[in-house]
Design a protein. Structure first.
Lengths: 117, 250
């Protein structure tokens, strides 16, 4: 009985690891495509790709970071903040995400101050 | 003292390391900022005039009206109405006078002098009438105080000194400095030409100071100060884009 459980766990692990790897690899493909189209100025398409990437692999921080940048570019500052915060939650030590977030906050704080006047 | 540069350097190193270790791409972005005021209901804007005071070297009413009209013409979607600048000081004085007779406006020298005239902005009937005359535009008005400033203070500056061996040193020296300049204070008021009601009002204040021996014409100081205020003014009426760069990650 015990060995049967062990075999099931082993099998599940063997299946789960490639599945996760597949999800990451699929998400990466979406992210790469998103970057290519964003560089051509097609931000709507980029948003679609990066949203797909976060659905495929919700723990992939670069997808959330890129999505935040795209939302910022579209002027959707609330969504941008949420995406940056999710990216930082996933990779708190990532200096590039931190730098993007700091720059975003500068703009966001300025607009908040303006509307409070 | 050295903690700040060290911190800045270490964060720069961290960013450079991160760039080296990750596939990253710098990308320019333009963040659109929505206007503070919803102006979709208006097709036209009338910069009516201002209650202005301070120095007599600059006509604050005329110059502010001209400048805002020209800025709105190039940087907003609204059609700018060309009309004579309203003499709001006279209008306010007339309104205050119960007999209806025109009395000469008192010179407005300080900000507190404005109080006697500010009731004109709350005169809904008057603005409604102006609105009807110009096909119900968005009306821009307000107050402008452009006043001379003088500040005398002890300032610290660095001076080169040479010791008996000819060695150069830079030492801080405290000196008394007289500075002159101008301040520009006031309020932009946005009125709905259909109802005469105030939609939004925004106070502003900027100062500029020069060395006392420097001669700067009042009008150029006025334009220098207005240059600082224009972006805030425009952001009330039209959306703006803030340019920057971000790092995309793979």
């Amino acid at each position: 009985m015990r060995s049967a459980v062990l075999i099931v766990i082993l099998l599940l692990t063997l299946v789960a690891v490639p599945l996760a790897a597949d999800a990451r690899s699929d998400a990466k493909k979406q992210v790469e495509f998103g970057i290519a189209v964003a560089q051509r100025g097609l931000w709507r398409e980029a948003i679609y790709r990066w949203e797909r990437a976060t659905q495929i692999d919700p723990s992939y921080a670069p997808a959330h970071n890129n999505l935040a940048i795209a939302y910022e570019h579209e002027g959707d500052l609330a969504k941008a903040r949420a995406a940056y915060e999710r990216a930082l939650e996933l990779e708190p030590g990532n200096a590039l995400i931190k730098q993007n977030y700091e720059l975003f906050r500068e703009i966001n704080d300025r607009t908040t101050r303006q509307s409070a006047q | 003292m050295i903690a700040r540069p060290v911190r800045a350097l270490s964060s720069l190193v961290a960013v450079l390391l991160a760039v080296a270790c990750t596939n990253s791409f710098e990308i320019p972005i333009e963040t659109p900022i929505r206007p503070k005021l919803e102006v979709a209901a208006f097709q036209r804007v009338l910069v009516a005039g201002f209650i202005a005071g301070g120095t007599e070297d600059v006509d604050g009413n005329l110059e502010t009206t001209r400048l805002l009209r020209s800025q709105l013409r190039t940087k907003s979607q609204l059609r700018v109405i060309d009309s004579d600048v309203l003499p709001l000081v006279d209008v306010a004085t007339e309104g205050r006078d119960s007999g209806g007779a025109t009395t000469a406006p008192e010179p407005i020298k300080e900000e507190k002098d404005l109080e006697a005239y500010e009731h004109v902005f709350a005169n809904v009937e008057y603005w409604k009438k102006i609105g009807e005359e110009y096909q119900q535009p968005l009306i821009v008005t307000g107050t402008v105080m452009f006043t001379p400033l003088q500040r005398n203070s002890i300032v610290q500056r660095e001076q080169e000194v040479y010791d008996s061996f000819g060695r150069r040193r830079v030492v801080p020296v405290r000196t008394y400095q007289e500075r002159k300049g101008f301040s520009l204070d006031g309020r932009f008021i946005f009125i709905d030409g259909r109802s005469g009601a105030t939609l939004h009002s925004e106070s502003f204040g900027e100062q500029i100071l020069y060395n006392a021996n420097q001669t700067t014409p009042a009008l150029s100081s006025y334009f220098e100060l207005m240059d600082r205020l224009i972006p805030t003014f425009l952001s009330t009426l039209s959306s703006q884009k803030i340019k920057g760069t971000r790092i995309l990650l793979q």
